[in-house]
Design a protein around this ligand. Structure first.
Ligand code: SF4
Length: 258
């Protein structure tokens, strides 16, 4: 027999305020926006009421402030345009395969849902081995594949205005990434969907901008964290405390050379 005392709830006194339960404490906490947020937006929202509408909107809510935009985008996603097809295909992948498919598998199913026959791959040159595997997977799913590496065109960094001392290996041919040409090659080939693998910050923008086909991302590059940039966020209270202040970011290697 257990020697623990049984927990019999005490009767509430009439008229007395109800004691704060865990749920009410959480609800009260959710309403607080810390004063340190000068211009709060969704990243400072605790209610996230736009998702289920089971709470309340904060006074800075971007849903409430953008009703016209919501109406416009609802129309955008409801028709037969490519944007509408992409929006629905992405939602269907989530609905049908939530928690079942890896992101790699999701990219394939997404492309098939859009009726794609030709799948373009914009790969970082440092990810070409991974892209070889990805191409095999996509071909096994019945897709034609063309992979374009980021150094396509072989343009030396100095030719686009970068000083030689900023090369990783000064004095040698060192080609710049060429995301616009990656996109052009895949546009000319007639890619129905493009998948980027490991493109750099900034080069990813240029590829997406110049890609005529819908461009989705399998992997982003993080040279420090094994291509898992979220690890810095998950560990920001301990190993990666440094990210909380620009002053504690690692210095430019050019400063080490001074
Ligand atoms: S749209 Fe409104 S409710 Fe949704 S996360 Fe942003 S601020 Fe919160």
């Amino acid at each position: 027999m257990s020697d623990k005392k049984s927990k019999v709830p005490k009767p509430e006194k009439k008229g007395a305020p109800k004691p704060a339960t865990k749920a009410t404490k959480v609800a009260a906490k959710k309403e607080v926006v810390p004063e340190t947020f000068v211009d709060p937006s969704c990243s400072e929202c605790s209610t996230r009421n736009c998702y289920r509408r089971d709470s309340r909107y904060p006074n800075f809510c971007l849903s409430e402030a953008n009703q016209d935009g919501a109406a416009e985008t609802k129309a955008l996603y409801s028709g037969q345009s490519l944007d509408a097809k992409v929006a629905r295909a992405a939602a269907e992948v989530e609905a049908e395969y939530y928690g079942r498919l890896t992101r790699l598998e999701e990219t394939i199913i997404f492309a098939l849902k859009l009726g794609a026959k030709k799948l373009g791959v914009a790969s970082c040159v440092g990810f070409l081995d991974e892209s070889t595997v990805y191409a095999k997977v996509a071909r096994a799913a019945g897709l034609e594949v063309k992979t374009v590496g980021c150094k396509v065109g072989s343009i030396d960094k100095c030719e686009i205005g970068l000083p030689d001392h900023l090369k990783l290996s000064p004095g040698q041919q060192e080609s710049c990434c060429n995301p616009a040409l990656q996109a052009k090659v895949l546009n000319d080939w007639g890619a129905d969907v493009n998948v980027s693998i490991g493109l750099c910050v900034g080069h990813d923008y240029l590829f997406t901008k110049h890609s005529q086909a819908p461009a989705v991302t399998l992997a982003v590059k993080d040279r420090v964290l094994g291509h898992n940039p979220m690890a810095a966020i998950y560990t920001h209270k301990f190993y990666y405390k440094r990210i909380m202040s620009l002053a504690t970011f690692p210095k430019s290697r050019l400063e080490d050379q001074k």
